[in-house]
Design a binder for this molecule. Structure first.
Ligand code: PLP
Length: 632
């Protein structure tokens, strides 16, 4: 557990039990309950829900909603703040139906609403409307259809806000609301000049593509005044960027937002709502630091900072405290989901059997390599490193010209590898590792071939170098003696994971256990905190489709229910996404098989078997299936 830092990034939701298995912790009326992930995986296998799979734990999602709302409520109570908090979940962060339904159902007790950035997301939000106190905040560019839908919901009594991104949008909102005779609730998105740390710093600042300039904000107020609709301007919206790692940035951003808020009050707008967007970070590294994948604050501190800053800024101006709104996505859903997969094969970087003396008639270069291997030590490792590479490359050159055999080449490569392995073993003893050798551990690490697609299930690793905690979910009572990188199933050199976050720092390899040869036991790895952004950003690279998904609800007695289960895409599904017609493909293949019968290449019985295999494949899972575990 200490090696993988689970106690730090697990935030109390994950730990390792005495059997060496990762367990998930939930609470039932204050009483803690823990369930081993391996037990859940076994339940999945019994239901033919094979790896890879996304596992969502419902209790963890509920707990996240509860702690977010309760932390704000506490900060408001203790800080003498004169209004309430209303959270909204940004649908884009995880649009999956059952995640959204759970947020709507569980969140109702806190009047937790939704943020929608498109028409489709607004339709999702409207379908989940439950009470007239949960907000729906509409961001993004809106057309007349979008605006009409929001206005109709407004007519039904729901607080649907249009957050304006442009003057053009304002004019459309005015025009549509006049036509439908429904007064809108309007918000304005400001462009913050505060520069934030982390990956999403471009969401704020002068060159941000979002929000209205200060002049445009004043213009909105002026046009609304002219239209006799200034009373509709009730919300200021400010989003500094996602995953803001530094609490000082949060404070500066809120401070600036308050001044804008006060400015709009001075313009005569009634206001009443201050929406501070997303940005509440997740500590993927468990480092508690101001780094891209970590954060230097806790949730309580975040809430207290916001509440205090708003109160301290608005009180001297005698402005009533607004309803505080935040659009926390990542911090709400990241913890409840993990991607689980099994390892299919391992390629190690160990040499084959080596001779103790040069083979007779073999190349002289082999004798040199053998001699290097015999003398390598901590005093001469640099020289031996250069020599080994030189002799190996010389031999490859001879092979290229037809002057060395395939056997010579294999032996030279193995001898060179043996020298490098010895040097690698010496590195921890060295005071200073020369830059040339820094990547040696990675070059000599194992490759664990694993049953998943990076592009489908972990797109942020590929797209933005996101770090997620990754570790085996069992065998943790054993020392993980191998160092490895992970390769996915796609035939793409980007389909690998070679950056890991461990308590010892960022590493290019992950300590893993050797596979138990021949024992038929799967080795399972989990990628944690993947509930935010990963599920729908993924793509169909190599036509690997959606994975199986399981939603588990843990009961007070430690048992668990498979609250929902979804089988991932079949091959026919993904083919139809790229415009193939599986029935037509089947018919085309049937004709090819018929032709093979006619020309005598296969018998009629073989034709039947082949066509059946084709049909079965179409219905199969897009990932690696163990024989006998076919899903359909
Ligand atoms: N609100 C808006 C307008 C956003 O653009 C985003 C994401 O960038 C969010 C909320 C969610 O942010 P986070 O996931 O950091 O909470």
């Amino acid at each position: 557990a200490a090696l993988y830092g689970v106690d730090a990034w697990g935030a109390g939701y994950y730990s390792v039990n005495e059997r060496g298995e990762v367990q998930v912790h939930v609470e039932h009326e204050g009483a803690p309950v823990a369930v081993s992930l391996l037990d859940i995986v076994q339940g999945m296998r019994a239901r033919h829900l094979d790896m890879p799979a996304v596992l969502r734990v419902r209790n963890v999602l509920d707990h996240r909603i509860a702690v977010l709302n309760e932390s704000f409520a506490r900060a408001i109570r203790e800080g003498g703040y004169g209004n309430v908090y209303r959270g909204v979940f940004p649908i884009k962060v995880n649009q999956q139906c059952h995640v959204i339904e759970e947020i709507a159902n569980y969140g109702r007790r806190y009047h937790h609403g939704f943020e929608a950035g498109s028409k489709a997301e607004l339709i999702i939000a409207l379908s989940q409307l439950r009470d007239t106190e949960s907000l729906v905040v509409c961001n993004g560019y809106k057309d007349a259809e979008f605006i009409d839908l929001g206005l109709y919901a407004r007519r039904m009594g729901y607080p649907v806000f249009f957050v304006l991104e442009s003057l053009h949008e304002l004019r459309m909102v005015i025009e549509r609301s006049r036509r439908l005779q429904i007064a809108p609730l309007i918000g304005v998105r400001m462009r913050s000049a505060v520069k934030v740390d982390g990956h999403w710093s471009q969401d704020s600042g002068d060159r941000s593509i979002f929000g209205l300039s200060t002049t445009a904000l004043l213009q909105v107020a002026a046009e609304l005044r002219e239209a006799g609709m200034l009373d509709c301007l009730q919300m200021l919206h400010c989003h500094l960027g996602s995953q803001v790692p530094n609490i000082r940035n949060v404070r500066s951003g809120v401070l600036e937002a308050c001044q804008f808020y006060a400015g709009l009050v001075a313009e005569g707008a009634p206001m009443g709502y201050l929406d501070l967007g997303g940005g509440l970070a997740v500590d993927y590294e468990g480092a508690s630091a101001n780094t891209t994948h970590s954060m230097n604050y806790q949730l309580d501190e975040y809430c207290v900072n916001i509440v205090e800053t708003v109160r301290e800024t608005l009180d001297p101006l005698a402005i009533a405290h607004p309803v505080l709104v935040s659009e926390s996505g990542r911090a709400t859903v990241a913890y409840s989901s993990m991607l689980l997969f099994n390892v299919l094969d391992v390629r190690d970087c160990l040499p084959g059997p080596l001779p103790s003396a040069p083979p007779e008639g073999g190349s002289e270069l082999i004798a040199h390599l053998l001699e290097v291997l015999q003398r390598v030590c901590a005093k001469n490792y640099q020289e031996c490193y250069n020599d080994a590479l030189f002799y190996r490359d010389e031999l490859r050159e001879l092979f290229h010209r037809g002057q060395a055999s395939l056997r010579d080449r294999a032996l030279a490569e193995d001898l060179c590898l043996a020298v490098l392995q010895r040097i690698n073993a010496l590195l921890p003893q060295l005071e200073r590792v020369p830059p040339e050798l820094e990547s040696l551990p990675e070059q000599l690490s194992d490759i664990y071939y694993a049953n998943f697609s990076l592009f489908q299930s972990l797109p942020d690793i590929w797209a933005i170098d996101q770090l997620f905690p990754i570790m085996p979910i069992h065998r943790l009572a054993e020392y993980p003696s191998r160092e490895a990188i992970l390769a996915d199933l796609t035939c793409d050199c980007d389909g690998r994971i070679d950056r890991f976050t461990l308590p010892s720092g960022e590493r290019s390899t992950l300590p893993l256990h050797p596979l138990r040869e021949g024992e038929g036991e799967d080795y399972y790895i989990g990628v944690f905190l993947v509930g935010a952004y990963q599920e729908t950003l993924g793509d169909l690279h190599n036509l690997f489709g959606d994975t199986n998904v399981v939603n588990v609800a843990v009961n007070p007695d430690g048992s668990f229910d498979f609250a929902r289960e979804f089988h991932g895409d079949s091959i026919a599904d993904v083919l139809s996404y790229v415009e193939y017609e599986p029935k037509h493909m089947q018919e085309q293949f049937r004709r090819v098989a018929e032709e093979a019968v006619r020309s005598g290449r296969i018998s009629v019985e073989e034709r039947q078997r082949i066509l059946q295999a084709f049909r079965d494949s179409l219905q199969g899972y897009t990932y690696f299936e163990k024989e006998g575990s076919w899903q359909r």
